[in-house]
Design a protein around this ligand. Structure first.
Ligand code: XMP
Ligand code: MG
Length: 176
């Protein structure tokens, strides 16, 4: 398996869309202090680009959950890391790389509801609605994509390819 030679989403296309998302989010939170919770590890690249486009006060912390071992989701979610920042009364925006079955984001949302947040929303760079197994809609979506496994811009295949600047479909090397 290897990344397609031609990106599915080029770095320019991604940058343009992340800029649009940042504008919308900045408008929606104009009078509020925002706490971005990056869902590690996949969202680190998207989150880093997004946070630098948001004006005003933005704090960052991290959550880490695991529901995935290779191209097929196991369906189970485990929490590996929780934020150290106090969450009560904060406006929290959960930052995801991709929504697939929806189980990870759903699990994190339910977990975070225990913290008396001022508000909780979800931004995801990519959305694969065809794969959804639990009801979940993101408040902000970068790109809706078909049911293909993608890598790059933070997204990995067994920890490889996160460093690619664009997003590529993972394909069988023999066809490429
Ligand atoms: P669920 O199924 O819980 O999964 O919504 C979310 C997590 O699954 C991983 N995932 C992918 N990772 N390319 C990846 O590199 C993909 O196409 C893909 N689809 C799902 C990812 O870690 C995401 O946070
Ligand atoms: Mg992820």
């Amino acid at each position: 398996m290897q990344p397609s030679k031609t990106p599915m989403l080029t770095r320019e296309t991604i940058a343009q869309r992340v800029g649009e998302l940042a504008e919308t989010i900045a408008r929606d939170y104009a009078d509020k202090d925002l706490l971005l919770l990056f869902v590690l590890k996949g969202a680190m690249v998207f989150g880093s680009d997004l946070m630098r486009l948001l004006p005003g006060r933005v704090a960052v912390d991290f959550v880490r959950a695991r529901s995935y071992t290779g191209p097929n989701s196991s369906g189970r979610v485990r929490l590996l890391y929780t934020p150290t920042a106090p969450l009560a009364d904060r406006h929290v925006l959960l930052v995801e790389d991709i929504l697939d079955t929806g189980r990870t984001a759903r699990f994190l949302e339910e977990h975070l509801r225990g913290y008396q947040l001022a508000s909780l929303r979800l931004v995801t760079l990519l959305d694969k609605p065809a794969r959804r197994e639990v009801e979940l809609t993101a408040d902000y979506v970068g790109f809706t994509i078909d049911n293909q496994f993608v890598v790059g811009y933070g997204l990995d295949y067994d920890e490889a390819y996160r460093e690619l600047p664009a997003i590529h479909v993972l394909e069988n090397g023999k066809t490429g």
